[in-house]
Design a protein around this ligand. Structure first.
Ligand code: NYM
Ligand code: MG
Length: 215
């Protein structure tokens, strides 16, 4: 009868993942508007959170303004999630749903694409809150690259994104839903909203929080 325990009632932790240019950022804002429109308490977050001091180090690294060892930047990305963990838990427990643009899966996929050991990459993520739902916006690296081209940031290169796609393929667990991100933006949104509503409802009825990694 755990499901009816109202003390487990909470907001949902929903993560959007995918290659650069897969459409995560537009879809997170659409999801936010949609859930707000239905009267849900909801916030949209993103990682890296570039507003903190750790986030500023990450941002400068991504802009090629600083150079860091691959392990070091990996741990900074992870620290940037850890510094938000308590707030994340309290938001969820107070009933707020969080829609998060990138999370630990980006951390592992991008760093392991550089050749770092995947198990090592996962370890600093252990103990962070596990998402209730991971929406993977699936697009080929070639198609993503066609979308207006990449910006100036580190990692925004076709050959590297191909490796990231392979790493993502290895991370797929039971919380994942793979969405065809090549469909028109409204069709992608429709697929997302249906899945998200189910998830929000399940968490509202009561679902204990769990921690990474699920698999
Ligand atoms: N990225 C993002 C990582 O390499 N590790 C992480 O843990 C996270 C959260 O940062 N190319 C990479 C993926 C992106 C880049 O993210 C910046 P965005 O969503 O483009 O601002
Ligand atoms: Mg980007």
């Amino acid at each position: 009868m755990k499901n009816n325990n109202s003390s487990d009632s909470r907001g949902a932790l929903i993560v959007l993942e995918g290659l650069d240019r897969c459409g995560k950022t537009s879809q997170s804002s659409r999801l936010l508007q949609y859930l707000e429109g239905l009267g849900h308490a909801v916030e949209s977050w993103r990682f890296p959170d570039r507003t903190t001091s750790v986030g500023q180090m990450i941002s400068s690294y991504l802009a090629n303004k600083s150079h860091l060892d691959d392990h070091t930047i990996h741990l900074l990305f992870s620290a940037n999630r850890w510094e938000k963990r308590l707030l994340m838990e309290s938001k969820l427990k107070s009933g707020t749903t969080l829609i998060i643009d990138r999370y630990s899966y980006s951390g592992v996929a991008f760093s392991s694409a550089k050749g770092l050991d995947m198990k090592w990459c996962k370890s600093p993520e252990m103990g962070l809150l596990a998402p209730d739902l991971v929406l993977y916006l699936d697009i080929s690296p070639e198609k993503a690259a066609e979308r207006g081209g990449y910006g100036e940031e580190r990692y925004e290169q076709l050959e590297f994104q191909k490796k990231v796609a392979q790493s993502y393929n290895m991370l797929n667990d039971a919380s994942w839903k793979i969405i065809d991100a090549t469909l028109p933006i409204e069709d992608v949104e429709k697929q997302l909203t249906e899945t998200v509503l189910d998830c929000v409802e399940t968490c509202r009825k009561g679902k204990p929080l769990s921690e990474l990694w699920l698999s």
